[in-house]
Design a binder for this molecule. Structure first.
Ligand SMILES: CC(C)(COP(=O)(O)OP(=O)(O)OC[C@H]1O[C@@H](n2cnc3c(N)ncnc32)[C@H](O)[C@@H]1OP(=O)(O)O)[C@@H](O)C(=O)NCCC(=O)NCCS
Length: 162
Protein backbone atom coordinates (compact mmCIF):
# COMPACT_ATOMS: atom_id res chain seq x y z
CA UNK A 1 0.00 0.00 0.00
CA UNK A 2 1.41 3.38 -0.96
CA UNK A 3 1.77 6.32 1.41
CA UNK A 4 1.54 9.97 0.44
CA UNK A 5 5.33 10.14 0.21
CA UNK A 6 6.21 9.56 -3.45
CA UNK A 7 9.13 7.38 -4.48
CA UNK A 8 11.05 8.15 -7.66
CA UNK A 9 14.32 7.09 -9.28
CA UNK A 10 17.28 9.10 -8.03
CA UNK A 11 19.19 11.11 -10.59
CA UNK A 12 22.78 12.31 -10.43
CA UNK A 13 21.37 15.66 -9.25
CA UNK A 14 19.96 13.95 -6.12
CA UNK A 15 23.43 12.89 -4.91
CA UNK A 16 23.88 15.93 -2.64
CA UNK A 17 20.47 15.46 -0.98
CA UNK A 18 21.19 11.76 -0.49
CA UNK A 19 24.57 12.53 1.07
CA UNK A 20 22.87 15.04 3.39
CA UNK A 21 20.41 12.34 4.54
CA UNK A 22 23.37 10.01 4.98
CA UNK A 23 25.11 12.49 7.31
CA UNK A 24 21.97 12.68 9.49
CA UNK A 25 21.71 8.90 9.71
CA UNK A 26 25.21 7.44 10.07
CA UNK A 27 28.19 7.99 12.36
CA UNK A 28 30.58 7.15 9.50
CA UNK A 29 28.75 8.57 6.47
CA UNK A 30 29.53 7.80 2.84
CA UNK A 31 30.94 10.83 1.03
CA UNK A 32 29.07 12.69 -1.71
CA UNK A 33 31.48 11.26 -4.29
CA UNK A 34 30.33 7.73 -3.41
CA UNK A 35 26.73 8.61 -4.25
CA UNK A 36 27.77 10.27 -7.51
CA UNK A 37 29.80 7.25 -8.49
CA UNK A 38 27.00 4.71 -7.92
CA UNK A 39 24.36 6.91 -9.58
CA UNK A 40 26.61 7.11 -12.67
CA UNK A 41 27.19 3.34 -12.91
CA UNK A 42 25.24 1.28 -15.43
CA UNK A 43 24.23 -1.07 -12.58
CA UNK A 44 23.40 1.66 -10.07
CA UNK A 45 19.88 1.66 -8.63
CA UNK A 46 18.90 4.73 -6.62
CA UNK A 47 15.50 5.74 -5.30
CA UNK A 48 14.43 8.73 -3.24
CA UNK A 49 11.27 9.17 -1.21
CA UNK A 50 10.11 12.76 -0.97
CA UNK A 51 7.95 14.98 1.21
CA UNK A 52 6.82 18.08 -0.70
CA UNK A 53 9.55 17.33 -3.26
CA UNK A 54 12.28 17.22 -0.58
CA UNK A 55 14.09 13.87 -0.26
CA UNK A 56 13.53 12.33 3.18
CA UNK A 57 14.80 8.81 2.49
CA UNK A 58 16.89 6.97 -0.04
CA UNK A 59 17.68 3.48 -1.28
CA UNK A 60 20.92 2.75 -3.09
CA UNK A 61 22.03 -0.52 -4.69
CA UNK A 62 24.02 -1.86 -7.57
CA UNK A 63 23.17 -4.86 -9.68
CA UNK A 64 25.29 -6.83 -12.08
CA UNK A 65 24.54 -10.12 -13.82
CA UNK A 66 21.65 -10.94 -11.49
CA UNK A 67 23.43 -10.24 -8.21
CA UNK A 68 22.77 -7.05 -6.32
CA UNK A 69 24.14 -5.34 -3.25
CA UNK A 70 22.03 -2.95 -1.22
CA UNK A 71 24.57 -0.25 -0.44
CA UNK A 72 22.32 1.67 1.89
CA UNK A 73 18.85 2.57 2.97
CA UNK A 74 18.09 5.50 5.23
CA UNK A 75 15.10 7.47 6.45
CA UNK A 76 15.69 10.82 8.19
CA UNK A 77 14.96 10.51 11.93
CA UNK A 78 11.75 12.60 11.94
CA UNK A 79 10.08 10.22 9.49
CA UNK A 80 11.01 6.88 11.02
CA UNK A 81 8.73 4.28 12.53
CA UNK A 82 5.77 4.77 10.20
CA UNK A 83 6.46 2.17 7.55
CA UNK A 84 8.43 4.34 5.11
CA UNK A 85 11.69 2.39 5.33
CA UNK A 86 9.84 -0.84 4.60
CA UNK A 87 7.97 0.74 1.69
CA UNK A 88 11.16 2.14 0.20
CA UNK A 89 13.01 -1.17 0.64
CA UNK A 90 10.17 -2.97 -1.15
CA UNK A 91 10.33 -0.45 -3.99
CA UNK A 92 14.11 -0.83 -4.20
CA UNK A 93 13.95 -4.62 -4.27
CA UNK A 94 11.25 -4.44 -6.95
CA UNK A 95 13.50 -2.14 -9.01
CA UNK A 96 16.44 -4.54 -8.61
CA UNK A 97 14.22 -7.45 -9.61
CA UNK A 98 12.91 -5.66 -12.70
CA UNK A 99 16.54 -5.25 -13.82
CA UNK A 100 17.02 -9.00 -13.51
CA UNK A 101 18.51 -9.12 -10.02
CA UNK A 102 17.49 -12.24 -8.13
CA UNK A 103 20.16 -12.52 -5.43
CA UNK A 104 20.65 -9.59 -3.06
CA UNK A 105 23.36 -9.09 -0.46
CA UNK A 106 23.85 -6.38 2.11
CA UNK A 107 25.93 -5.60 5.18
CA UNK A 108 24.47 -4.28 8.40
CA UNK A 109 26.07 -3.33 11.70
CA UNK A 110 25.84 -6.17 14.22
CA UNK A 111 24.23 -3.73 16.72
CA UNK A 112 21.64 -2.35 14.26
CA UNK A 113 18.63 -4.30 15.52
CA UNK A 114 16.07 -2.05 13.81
CA UNK A 115 17.53 -2.53 10.34
CA UNK A 116 18.07 -6.25 10.96
CA UNK A 117 14.41 -6.60 11.92
CA UNK A 118 13.35 -4.72 8.78
CA UNK A 119 15.50 -6.94 6.55
CA UNK A 120 14.44 -10.16 8.30
CA UNK A 121 10.82 -9.17 7.70
CA UNK A 122 11.59 -8.95 3.98
CA UNK A 123 13.09 -12.44 3.91
CA UNK A 124 16.80 -11.65 4.28
CA UNK A 125 18.79 -14.33 6.10
CA UNK A 126 22.14 -13.93 7.83
CA UNK A 127 24.86 -15.66 5.81
CA UNK A 128 28.03 -14.49 7.47
CA UNK A 129 29.91 -11.99 9.57
CA UNK A 130 32.75 -9.61 8.60
CA UNK A 131 34.90 -8.95 11.63
CA UNK A 132 35.80 -5.30 12.21
CA UNK A 133 34.15 -4.19 8.96
CA UNK A 134 32.86 -0.84 10.26
CA UNK A 135 34.60 2.17 11.78
CA UNK A 136 33.34 4.87 14.15
CA UNK A 137 32.62 2.79 16.13
CA UNK A 138 34.58 -0.32 15.17
CA UNK A 139 32.07 -3.10 14.71
CA UNK A 140 31.39 -6.33 12.85
CA UNK A 141 29.05 -6.49 9.86
CA UNK A 142 26.47 -9.18 9.38
CA UNK A 143 26.16 -10.26 5.74
CA UNK A 144 22.54 -10.80 4.77
CA UNK A 145 21.20 -12.47 1.63
CA UNK A 146 17.83 -12.58 -0.09
CA UNK A 147 16.85 -14.68 -3.10
CA UNK A 148 14.00 -13.37 -5.24
CA UNK A 149 12.16 -15.18 -8.01
CA UNK A 150 12.97 -13.88 -11.49
CA UNK A 151 10.46 -11.53 -13.11
CA UNK A 152 8.33 -13.38 -15.65
CA UNK A 153 7.47 -11.51 -18.81
CA UNK A 154 3.85 -10.96 -17.68
CA UNK A 155 4.74 -9.97 -14.10
CA UNK A 156 4.69 -6.24 -14.69
CA UNK A 157 5.71 -4.33 -11.58
CA UNK A 158 5.04 -7.16 -9.15
CA UNK A 159 6.32 -7.27 -5.60
CA UNK A 160 9.55 -9.15 -4.99
CA UNK A 161 8.86 -12.83 -4.36
CA UNK A 162 10.82 -14.17 -1.42
C1 LIG B 1 16.45 1.20 9.30
C2 LIG B 1 15.50 2.33 8.85
C3 LIG B 1 15.73 2.58 7.36
C4 LIG B 1 14.06 1.86 9.08
O1 LIG B 1 13.20 2.86 8.57
P1 LIG B 1 11.77 3.13 9.24
O2 LIG B 1 11.00 3.95 8.29
O3 LIG B 1 11.94 3.64 10.62
O4 LIG B 1 11.19 1.64 9.34
P2 LIG B 1 9.66 1.22 9.24
O5 LIG B 1 8.81 2.12 10.07
O6 LIG B 1 9.31 1.00 7.82
O7 LIG B 1 9.72 -0.20 9.97
C5 LIG B 1 10.17 -1.32 9.23
C6 LIG B 1 10.65 -2.38 10.19
O8 LIG B 1 11.79 -1.94 10.88
C7 LIG B 1 11.76 -2.44 12.20
N1 LIG B 1 11.64 -1.32 13.12
C8 LIG B 1 11.31 -0.04 12.84
N2 LIG B 1 11.39 0.72 13.94
C9 LIG B 1 11.79 -0.11 14.92
C10 LIG B 1 12.07 0.08 16.31
N3 LIG B 1 11.98 1.27 16.89
N4 LIG B 1 12.48 -0.98 17.03
C11 LIG B 1 12.59 -2.21 16.45
N5 LIG B 1 12.35 -2.45 15.14
C12 LIG B 1 11.95 -1.41 14.40
C13 LIG B 1 10.56 -3.34 12.30
O9 LIG B 1 10.95 -4.64 11.88
C14 LIG B 1 9.65 -2.75 11.27
O10 LIG B 1 8.74 -3.67 10.75
P3 LIG B 1 7.30 -3.84 11.47
O11 LIG B 1 6.70 -2.46 11.51
O12 LIG B 1 6.59 -4.77 10.56
O13 LIG B 1 7.60 -4.38 12.81
C15 LIG B 1 15.72 3.63 9.66
O14 LIG B 1 15.60 3.30 11.04
C16 LIG B 1 17.04 4.30 9.43
O15 LIG B 1 17.19 5.09 8.50
N6 LIG B 1 18.02 3.99 10.29
C17 LIG B 1 19.35 4.60 10.19
C18 LIG B 1 20.07 4.13 8.97
C19 LIG B 1 20.22 2.63 8.93
O16 LIG B 1 20.50 2.00 9.93
N7 LIG B 1 20.03 2.07 7.73
C20 LIG B 1 20.23 0.66 7.48
C21 LIG B 1 21.66 0.43 7.24
S1 LIG B 1 21.99 -1.25 6.74
Amino acid sequence: MGTHFPIRPASFADAAAMAAIERQCFSDPWPLEGFREVLSMPGGVGLVMTDADVPIAYFLAREILGTAEVLNLAVVPAFRGRGLGAELLDAGLAAVRRRGGTEVFLEVRASNAVAQSLYAGRGFRTEGRRRGYYRRPDEDALVLRLVMAPVRSNDGDGEPLV
